[in-house]
Design a protein around this ligand. Structure first.
Ligand code: 6LW
Length: 535
């Protein structure tokens, strides 16, 4: 069986994998999107099915007000003795100098829940990982942030024991790595034969990214690195390769003894930041964010880990020996006939409550009640899903009768609260009900078109994305579609282009705002996300 990377397309970074019996599970970071932590299951490593998000109660996770690209970072999923353990960071401030990186653990007997309330770990840095030793002891390893100017350590990893009985960190905190070779993140520990292996990402999550491996006979170190700390996985020397940004990896052993590695990667657009860009000059843009890929690996006779292709360059197509076990494909149209939202959808920072939506008020419709504007970090009535392909169409059918200009509802392509394209229905004092587009690029707001009056109760809003091109359309009969506004630049919805963007990917969704405070309702009959049929 062949698998093609990425295995989880679109915004699925920082993968962590575990196998329990015949099932593989992968968790990925969700940042300010709610609920927290994406979870997928597969039996063949190729076909992945989304499962309920582990952090799905406000008592477990409250991201109200949290900054863009903060929130949930780098979850790590492990299993021991009948229990799933999920550790993760909740980042509540980062881009100032003092970082708040709160680390937690939740547990569950079934991966589909219910997951426990969070247990606080230490907060020295982000990317905590839990290691279950063979003697029953458990340890947390994480990287350490350093707010001092200048920083005392370039990179540093700390290890501390976790006591499952007392449910807290115990004993001494020890440095097991200090950045003589560089900055390590996303650390995991494994035990194999006589060694403890330390597996970690290096050189940040951009195109320089890579993965290193070190080992020691004691969990506390000292750790020796493989070949002068050469990356065992990286795309940094092959900018033309289809799989860029490779790094931040985790290992899993199949039931037949074979080893696999999941890692994050990105597929670039052919569009770059300008040379004078203040954050990342001349960097290529990645609207699909960082995705999850899989590689086959093996252990050498002298106990080091290598990619099966013998190089450090990730494969696009990986050949596996196992048999494919297809899963049911979801329909491209969600007609909102169920009483719960599809798992593909996430909201921003908060769960949607009955203040925001109803799937029962008008059966067969998603009713959204207008709340905060698209720049709010508090109470938005918005649901969105990931862009998973360079080419796709998304469409919705909306019924909405706004009464003033502060009321809007429609179809949105967004990266964060500062960067979006919004095709919306609203009200104008002279024109009555009309549609328009708002573009926000790093907080610079523009209306690429004027307001266009629209008749009829039902309106179809559509977006067609083709790599860096984004075109909105609308129709009142679903027969004839008219383009609205010019072709626009999709590439601004990327980590590279966004001021507060570091770690996510573009999303498309539907939303309703009522900044006048009357919680006007908008009814959405369905939402369609479709990739061209040749894909
Ligand atoms: C992740 C860390 C990282 O926790 O980005 O650059 C963070 N490195 O490993 C968010 O994905």
């Amino acid at each position: 069986m062949k698998i093609e990377n990425p295995i989880l397309k679109g915004f699925h970074p920082d993968p962590s994998i575990v196998r329990v019996g015949e099932d593989y599970f992968i968790v990925t970071s969700t940042f300010e999107w709610w609920p927290g932590v994406r979870l997928h299951r597969s039996k063949d490593l190729k076909n992945w099915e989304i499962l309920p998000y582990p952090l799905n109660r406000k008592s477990q996770l409250d991201l109200t007000g949290v900054g863009d690209s903060q929130g949930i970072w780098a979850p790590c999923l492990t299993y021991d003795n009948g229990i799933f353990y999920l550790v993760y960071t909740v980042v509540t401030s980062f881009y100032c100098n003092m970082q708040d990186t709160k680390n937690f653990l939740v547990m569950a007997e079934s991966v589909e829940g219910t997951w426990s309330e969070p247990i606080a770990l230490n907060n020295f840095g982000f990317d905590p990982s839990l290691f279950h030793d063979t003697d029953g002891r458990k340890y947390i390893i994480s990287m350490v942030t350093d707010h001092r100017v200048p920083q005392k350590y370039g990179g540093r990893l700390l290890l501390q024991e976790y006591d499952p009985k007392q449910q807290k960190m115990v004993g001494e905190l020890k440095d097991i790595y200090q950045g003589e070779h560089g900055y390590l993140e996303g650390p995991h520990i494994y035990r194999r034969g006589e060694f403890y292996y330390l597996f970690a990402a290096e050189r940040g999550t951009g195109e320089e990214h890579g993965q290193v491996i070190l080992r020691s006979q004691s969990i506390w170190g000292p750790y020796e690195s493989y070949e002068n700390n050469n990356s065992i996985l990286t795309s940094r020397n092959n900018p033309e390769h289809n799989i860029q940004k490779a790094g931040h990896a985790d290992l899993v052993q199949a039931a037949d003894g074979d080893w696999y590695m999941v890692h994050l990667c990105g597929r670039p657009l052919n569009v770059k930041n300008p040379d004078n860009h203040k954050k990342l000059p001349a960097k290529r843009r990645y609207t699909l964010g960082r995705e999850t890929a899989l590689q086959k690996v093996y252990w050498t006779e002298d106990g080091w880990l290598r990619l099966s292709n013998g190089t450090s360059l990730p494969e696009v197509v990986v050949e596996l020996d196992n048999k494919e076990q297809p899963i049911e494909r979801k329909s491209t149209i969600d007609d909102f006939d169920k009483t719960e939202l599809d798992l593909e959808f996430q909201s921003l920072r908060n769960p949607l409550t009955e203040e925001n939506y109803s799937l029962t008020e008008r059966p067969g419709y998603l009713r959204l009640y207008g709340r905060d504007g698209l720049s709010s970090r508090f109470n938005q009535s918005l649901i969105a899903r990931r862009w998973t392909e360079f080419e796709f169409e998304a469409e919705t059918k909306i019924e909405f009768i706004p009464k003033n200009f502060k009321q809007m509802a429609g179809l949105v392509c967004l990266y964060d609260v500062e960067n979006f394209y919004y095709l919306h229905v609203t009200f104008d004092e002279d024109l009555g009900r009309c549609i328009s587009i708002i573009k926000s690029e790093n907080r610079k707001i523009e209306y690429p078109i004027k307001f266009i009056p629209v008749r009829g109760n039902e309106i179809y809003l559509k977006v067609i994305v083709d790599h860096h091109k984004l075109q909105f359309l609308y129709s009142i009969d679903r027969q004839r579609y008219k383009k609205v506004g010019p072709e626009m630049d999709a590439s601004i919805l990327s980590d590279e282009a966004c001021d507060q963007g570091w770690f996510k990917g573009a999303m498309v969704g539907i939303c309703c705002q009522d900044m006048a405070g009357s919680a006007i309702e908008a009814d959405f009959d369905w939402f369609k996300y479709q990739v061209p049929f040749h894909k």
